[in-house]
Design a protein around this ligand. Structure first.
Ligand code: OSB
Ligand code: MG
Length: 369
């Protein structure tokens, strides 16, 4: 692949509404759009997902920039690649920093698909024409506010509702939600807010017919999750704990989870995400695609990945308008009746809206290869 230039566009965008998890609140999203340009004038785009603070994982916007500028782009300058699958290996001497790696790899995947004039979904081996999507709802000021939001999103057609929980915002909340919505698909995401000492407390969740509980225990644990799963009827889904195919294999072998949330950034890119998907298919483990409050480019990558067949459960990839007044892609991601149609255009299948992107750009750094 004759990649000639990598451009890092640093953007800052304000979310329509603040989003609160057990570990903190997001209002502004800062991230990089990575643009990879080849000798034939094709442009591939990736998006970094690390936040400005290291609350979800250890990476931040600033560490992402440091890694891309000082380590990852230099590797691309020194070595050439013929397929995006080679990027994981090329970047492997750098420990972790998966979100930085995934951002660049994503741009290279889009570029590769465009060079082949094929949709990214197809290049990844996806065969779906459309995907079912759910929505993740942050911690609200009151149960009443939460119930109103759920009602709104169920009416819009979202196929499952994810509710963020933490100690003090869990059992009573879910009891009310279930009472008001007896039949909808509901799951809860704790973002590591509990420990094994909360076993009896967490067992109360079994009464609410939840599809799963996501990451109840420590962000770096798979051992205690196995102990918890043995005592819990509700399936456990791991998010924060899974950074690679190896992590997925160990968690599944230990019985730490029955479901995996695959996030492209957390696992270091689309290639690793596909490997985890393939392994889970073999092991009959359901997977779904998580979200990191992405703008349009990251959202498009999630959609392409979700076209793979073992993404059997609705993911967190909601429509652009749920997050942004105006997204940076054209068209925006549209959800109709809880469904997103996989674009059939080459690459990510959405164009960059240059004016909107410019409006939110706070810095640009170009590197020649
Ligand atoms: O745990 O999945 C998570 C948002 C920020 C950080 C972590 C998580 C989330 C979400 C929202 O649940 C997903 C989205 O709508 O993009
Ligand atoms: Mg999560």
């Amino acid at each position: 692949m004759p990649i000639r230039q990598v451009i890092l566009h640093r953007l800052k965008m304000r979310l329509n509404d603040p989003f609160t998890t057990s570990f903190g609140t997001f209002q502004d999203k800062e991230f990089f759009i990575i643009e990879a340009v080849d000798a034939d004038g094709n442009h591939g785009y990736g998006e970094s997902v690390a936040f400005t603070s290291p609350w979800y994982s250890e990476e931040t916007v600033e560490t992402t920039y440091h890694m891309m500028r000082d380590f990852l782009i230099p590797l691309l300058q020194e070595h050439s690649i013929s397929h995006p699958f080679e990027v994981t290996k090329l970047f492997s001497p750098i420990r972790r920093n998966n979100m930085a790696k995934a951002a660049i790899e994503g741009a290279i995947w889009d570029l590769y698909a465009k060079r082949n004039n094929k949709p990214l979904a197809e290049m990844l081996g996806g065969n779906k024409k459309e995907i079912d999507v759910g929505i993740s709802i942050g911690i609200q000021p009151s149960i009443k506010a939460l119930l109103e939001l759920i009602d709104k999103f169920v009416t819009q057609g979202y196929k499952r509702i994810k509710i963020k929980i933490k100690p003090g915002w869990d059992i009573d909340v879910l009891r009310e939600v279930r009472a008001h919505f007896p039949d909808i698909l509901i799951m809860a995401d704790a973002n590591s807010a509990y420990s094994l000492e909360d076993l009896e407390h967490l067992q109360q969740l079994d009464a609410f017919n939840l599809m799963m509980i996501e990451q109840p225990l420590a962000h770096d644990d798979i051992v205690d999750h196995a102990l918890l799963q043995a005592q819990l009827k509700t399936p456990i889904c791991l998010d924060e704990s899974i950074h690679s195919l190896e992590d997925a294999r160990k968690a599944i072998e230990l019985g730490s989870c029955q479901i995996i949330n695959i996030k492209i950034g957390r696992v270091g890119g689309l290639s690793e995400a596909k490997k985890i998907h393939d392994y889970c298919m073999e092991k009959k483990i359901d997977v779904w695609c998580g979200g990191m409050l992405e703008a349009g480019v990251g959202r498009a990558h999630n959609i392409a990945l979700t076209s793979l067949s073992q993404f059997t459960l609705p993911g967190d990839t909601a429509g652009s308008s749920r997050y942004w007044e105006k997204d940076i892609i054209e068209p925006e991601v549209i959800v109709k009746d809880g469904i997103i149609r996989i674009p059939d255009k080459p690459g990510i299948g959405y164009e960059i809206d240059a004016d909107t992107m410019k409006k939110f750009t706070i810095a640009t750094h170009a590197f020649q290869l």
